[in-house]
Design a protein around this ligand. Sequence first.
Ligand code: SF4
Length: 350
Amino acid sequence: MTTALLDVRRIFVEPAAAVLPRGKDVLARWPEAELVEVASHLQVPYGAADVQRWVRTKSEDLVLGVKKSLTARPNGRSSDWIAPSTANGCAMACAYCYVPRRKGYGNPITVFANIEQITGYLSRHVGRQGVKSEPNQCDPSAWVYDIGENSDCSVDARVSDNVQDLVEMFRGLPTAKASFATKHVNRDLLSWDPQGRTRIRFSLMPREDARLLDLRTSSIDERISAIDAFVEAGYEVHLNFSPVVVSEGWQDRWSALLTELDDRLGPATKSQLACEVIFLTHNDRLHEVNLGWHPKAEDVLWRPDLQQPKRSQTGGVNVRYRTGWKGTWVRQLEGLIGQRLPSCRVRYAF
Ligand code: SF4
């Protein structure tokens, strides 16, 4: 199966994944692909030279593995819990993407074949939480599970049925909701009948920024055009304004985007709308990798004049906008949302 995003020619495969039903399904989608056996999905041998083929790797390679550690981590921002991943990596190529931070010089989709273990773990986890007694910004009454922290579920759904299995499982869990952010419009999802138990967060930024930074994603126009259809199909739809990148004229660009959303979104969407706002953080290692394949993006992402460093737990240096300035900018954008898109509640902004 070949799409504009995926033209898989090589699959790195763990033997234990290849024998599972979901693993067989994935392999059957690309019967012509070369199979390369790997002991672990974490040991795919990309080296520094592979940065030169960063985008080709995303299109032509796939990794098929078994997810070994199954844990749901508390979050409290985009969701109450981060669910164990059913995939990581991505066929799209956003320049600011943090997903490659642990994957080094290549970041294709890794898909996990042990979906039954993952859904079994998750449904037991949901059961243990009981009923949510205190509303919070994630949701007034449902425990929200982010199922796409390390990938884009709308693209993952072109690789396997893992995401559909999760959406169908959450349909039967009245105390919980699945949630994921996306930059890809996959209309196959419109037929899944989620019955309000999956929240899609369409990720948006001004067109001018997206043209430089959101490589291989659906266009901003396509994403905005899809929102009402997803609400009508039974999804809860929120907006993910992320990352907010500060450069000359950023407030005007955001103001135009918010005005356009107010003009184009229908009443059913607006009646349930909320957003999250996340200003850019970046990382010195990703900066080095990006210089190898998309240096122009680093002109706006790597701004030591505006940013301050903080040593990360994994040893690199993360940068974020300077304290004081950032607080002012967050308040400015919240003010713009209130003026231009007043139907949209801000779930959190930082
Ligand atoms: S869509 Fe998400 S996961 Fe994919 S490259 Fe962009 S930021 Fe990364």
